[in-house]
Design a protein around this ligand. Structure first.
Ligand SMILES: *Cc1c(COP(=O)(O)O)cnc(C)c1O
Length: 387
């Protein structure tokens, strides 16, 4: 077999564990296997110390206090805990949530469940650049609103929300702001106090940590936010998330957070330059390329483009041996993306879309290769079926 080049450009779906993160994790699987709740002997309290130090690292990355970090199994759980937990804890305040149609399924489906349980949810549309209109948010949030939930960065089109404005709008009506910050954390500056956000979800595997571990930031000051737990049990994590702590995973999350903080500025400049090179290269080969989402308010490592007159299925199949890219979110790949539909893209064009996610190991050669391969495939497919 020849050594065929394969380039991974799907960093929004997941990222590899950084070797430095893995090194930090390894001892906690074997010789240092203690339960962080066993405080009677060294093996246990060392595990607890490791967990608390990871809590500091995660808090430092987002400008929070360590006491405001609750460890979870990932962002799906964090989003469920935030929204269902608030719904339950804030029954006296109201019964309404406001969100945006381009949110991740773990937010949308959680709110669907709450609707089924009698809560009201307003789903706001987005403009064709992927941003929500603040005036519409202002109209939607009422004194009956428990929380506004808007993602910090979209996982398909990389669009960055106007979070501080959204926090101000929510707070004017006594509502809280929750954000799914998965794609933003470690990629762009994200500080809970500068933004004024009340709850934020994150997950290690989107910033070079392991899968199956994440966190929920829950504000304590100046106004303490409380969420009712989803799980009953031993009362771990200040009662908000029972269950024996995943010590190696949490240590990995902490190490990944601390690395991300260190390299953020340099990496974001590097990735933005590579992303712009990717865009220019594709535009030179496919002049009628359609860009999806704002280029100003955008993650540095994201590009999302549609190719008119190309069959989406054939496009992905033709690239699959050379490039890991997707047409949208990992969980909903076969149908046209609801995010692109929300931007006004027709089904056919939405299917003929590539989402590129650049990351820590992406090189200029990878970008050149992606441009060449995507360019070739688009030209060939167009020649086969002239539209
Ligand atoms: C990946 C992702 C999630 C889900 O995170 P898990 O840890 O895999 O559950 C939630 N929201 C966004 C925006 C994501 O990209």
């Amino acid at each position: 077999m020849t050594d065929r080049r394969f380039v991974y450009l799907d960093y929004h779906a997941t990222t590899p564990v950084d070797p430095e993160v893995l090194d930090a994790m390894l001892p906690w699987f074997t010789e240092r296997f203690g339960n962080a709740a066993s405080r009677q002997y060294r093996l246990g309290w060392e595990a607890l110390e490791a967990v608390e130090s990871a809590r500091e690292q995660v808090a430092a990355l987002i400008g929070a206090d360590a006491k405001e970090i609750v460890f979870t199994s990932g962002a799906t759980e964090s989003n469920n805990l935030a929204l269902k937990g608030l719904a339950e804890a804030c029954r006296e305040k109201g019964s309404h949530f406001v969100t945006v149609v381009t949110e991740h399924k773990s937010v949308l489906d959680t709110l669907k469940r709450l609707e089924h349980d009698g809560y009201d949810v307003t789903y706001l549309p987005v403009a064709n650049d992927g941003l929500v209109d603040l005036n519409r948010v202002r109209e939607a949030v009422t004194t009956n609103t428990i929380a506004l939930s808007v993602m910090a960065a979209n996982n398909e089109i990389g669009v960055l929300a106007q979070l501080s404005d959204l926090a101000a709008i929510a707070h004017e009506k006594g509502a809280l702001l929750h954000t799914d910050a998965v794609q933003a954390v470690g990629k762009v500056p994200f500080n809970v106090n500068k933004i004024g956000v009340d709850l934020a979800s994150l997950t290690a595997h989107k910033f070079y940590g392991p899968k199956g571990v994440g966190a929920l930031y829950v504000r304590r000051r100046p106004r303490r936010v409380s969420v009712t737990p989803l799980l009953d049990g031993g009362g771990h994590e200040r009662g908000m998330r029972s269950g024996t702590l995943n010590v190696p995973g949490i240590v990995g999350l902490g190490a990944a957070a601390s690395m991300a903080a260190k390299v953020l500025t340099e990496e974001s400049t590097r990735l933005k330059r590579l992303r712009d090179r990717l865009l220019k290269g594709l535009q030179a080969r496919v002049p009628d390329l359609v860009l999806n989402g704002s280029m100003q308010a955008r993650l540095p490592g994201n590009l999302n483009v549609s190719f008119p007159g190309v069959d989406g299925e054939a496009l992905l199949v033709s690239l699959s041996d050379d490039l890991a890219v997707s047409s949208g979110a990992a969980c909903t790949a076969a149908e046209p993306s609801y995010v692109l539909k929300a931007l006004g893209r027709k089904t056919e064009l939405a299917l003929a879309t590539l989402r590129f996610g650049l990351g820590r190991w992406t090189t200029e050669e990878d970008v050149n290769f992606a441009v060449a391969r995507a360019g070739e495939v688009v030209t060939r497919l167009r020649a086969m079926s002239p539209v």
